[in-house]
Design a protein around this ligand. Structure first.
Ligand code: DLL
Length: 434
């Protein structure tokens, strides 16, 4: 599979580190001079830009959090005059105050480069037709994937999300070869393709899906439904958008664009940097960004980093699929549960249930309750009540052995749970309203 920038994506580790140190020193000096918050924090920690002499000195710098982006909203973290900012994007967060990110022209160009790397890693080239079914607008998915596909020289079809049957007609008639959208929307598209009976008219070969956690079983289902290779892509608005890291043909972790971002894994409780290979909270420092650079930004995403050389030839470190976030982890009767663990159980049950589910957590008489609504398959719907009850019992038992937690499982009719065109809303936690 061709590599978009082999001279950069396959650098020796010593060269990567040399480049990172130069860029880090440049960045720390800029934020110290141009952003009051960073200067005040560094002064309080007794660190000056000259103290960054080697990469491990990064650990001397204070963290930045999402709350900082809220507190300094909208423009106070920008490191350039406002007139140099040519684009604003905003986070899709559903809780708290909106945060914004600002990009200079160079920032947009570098972002497009990262996304072009990702598309090439999934096998795309200027011969391809890329259908972007991420939402366009403040969410970074649509415009991010769009910029990368244009930079690669592919033909872009900017359908945005929604209007699912029309999307599929376009896909068939225009011969889209690469699809970009959220994994939950890819599942929905796959389901609709089946209903429309048009799988044999698709020309798709690859899909690039991210913006939310998804499991290996979900990957298999999407690959099967659309007849493609499905690749993961990670990113966040604060740091850039999609393309901070991306999966190659090996499908074995996402290569971080280390020429633009330095990743660290920390203990979320103590903030200590953890040894190579440890599982913990992912932290990024942007070392190429002009508009809104961030130093040691705590993503809240939980994963690990793998520095072993990848079979694809790229040397950039690979991050494991985030297993969840420190802040979407549910604590139910004292047990830590990530929605992705529940999804894994449901997907392993097989053909009797569909991957459409909703988790409802509540508190009754001071005790947490966990209810899971799962759509059953059409076939199971036409079976008798006894078979439905047997499948429910099977899921309850699997959840108990995987999570160590009792749950109430309700099999509901096909199509009764609302579909998502963007990020899926899988969890309703009613305890927060109390
Ligand atoms: O979701 C950017 C994006 C768009 C990434 C399209 C990939 C594709 P935000 O809306 O700011 O940005 O949300 C960022 O989404 O901190 C993760 O918790 C989660 N996330 C993003 N990609 C993945 C992924 C975009 N591949 C937050 N796997 C991040 C798991 C992901 N979680």
């Amino acid at each position: 599979m061709p590599i978009y920038q082999p001279e950069i994506e396959c650098m020796e580790r010593s060269e990567i580190e040399k480049l990172q140190l130069e860029r880090l020193q440049w960045q720390v000096k800029r934020v110290y001079e141009n952003v009051a918050m960073f200067r005040e924090r560094m002064d309080a920690a007794g660190v000056k830009p000259e103290d960054i002499k080697e990469l491990k000195d990064l650990a001397k710098l204070p963290f930045t959090t999402k709350q900082d982006l809220r507190d300094y909203y909208p423009y106070e973290l920008f490191a350039v005059p406002k007139k140099e900012i040519v684009r604003i994007q905003a986070s899709s967060g559903t809780t708290g105050r909106q945060i914004v990110a600002g990009y200079t022209r160079n920032d947009l160009d570098n972002w497009a480069t990262c996304m072009a790397r990702q598309l090439a890693a999934a096998g795309a080239s200027d011969e391809d037709i890329v259908q972007v079914s991420y939402g366009y607008g403040l969410f970074t998915g649509g415009l991010g994937a769009h910029g990368g596909a244009e930079k690669l020289g592919a033909m872009v079809i900017p359908t945005s999300s929604g209007n699912t049957e029309r999307q599929i007609r376009f896909m068939c008639e225009l011969g889209s070869t690469v699809l970009c959208c959220t994994p939950s929307y890819a599942m929905y598209l796959g389901e609709t393709v089946r209903e429309m009976g048009v799988k044999d008219q698709l020309k798709l070969k690859a899909g690039i899906f991210g913006a939310e956690p998804w499991t290996e079983d979900m990957r298999k289902q999407i690959e099967e439904a659309l007849g493609i290779r499905a690749h993961d892509v990670y990113g966040l608005t604060e740091i850039m958008g999609p393309g901070v890291s991306y999966e190659c043909a090996e499908q074995a972790g996402m290569h971080v664009c280390e020429d633009f971002f330095i990743p660290e894994i920390i203990d979320p409780d103590t903030g200590a940097v953890l040894p190579e290979g440890s599982f913990g909270e992912l932290v990024f420092t942007t070392i190429g960004k002009e508009g809104m650079p961030l130093i040691r930004y705590r993503t809240r995403d939980l994963c690990s980093l793998n520095y072993e050389k990848c079979a694809c030839g790229r040397t950039y470190v690979r991050m494991k699929k985030p297993a969840g976030r420190t802040d979407d982890m549910l604590i139910i009767r004292g047990v830590n549960v990530f929605p992705s663990q529940i999804e894994e159980v449901l997907l392993k049950i097989g053909g009797d249930v569909t991957p459409n589910y909703q988790i409802v957590v509540d508190r009754v008489n001071n005790t947490d309750t966990l209810d899971i609504n799962v759509e059953m398959s059409e076939a199971l719907l036409s079976d008798d009540m006894k078979s439905v009850a047997a499948v429910e019992r099977k899921i309850v038992a699997q959840l108990r052995s995987t999570l160590g937690l009792g749950a109430n499982v309700h099999l509901v009719s096909p199509k009764s749970i609302a579909r998502s065109e963007g990020k899926a809303k899988r969890v309703i936690d009613n305890r927060k309203l109390i």
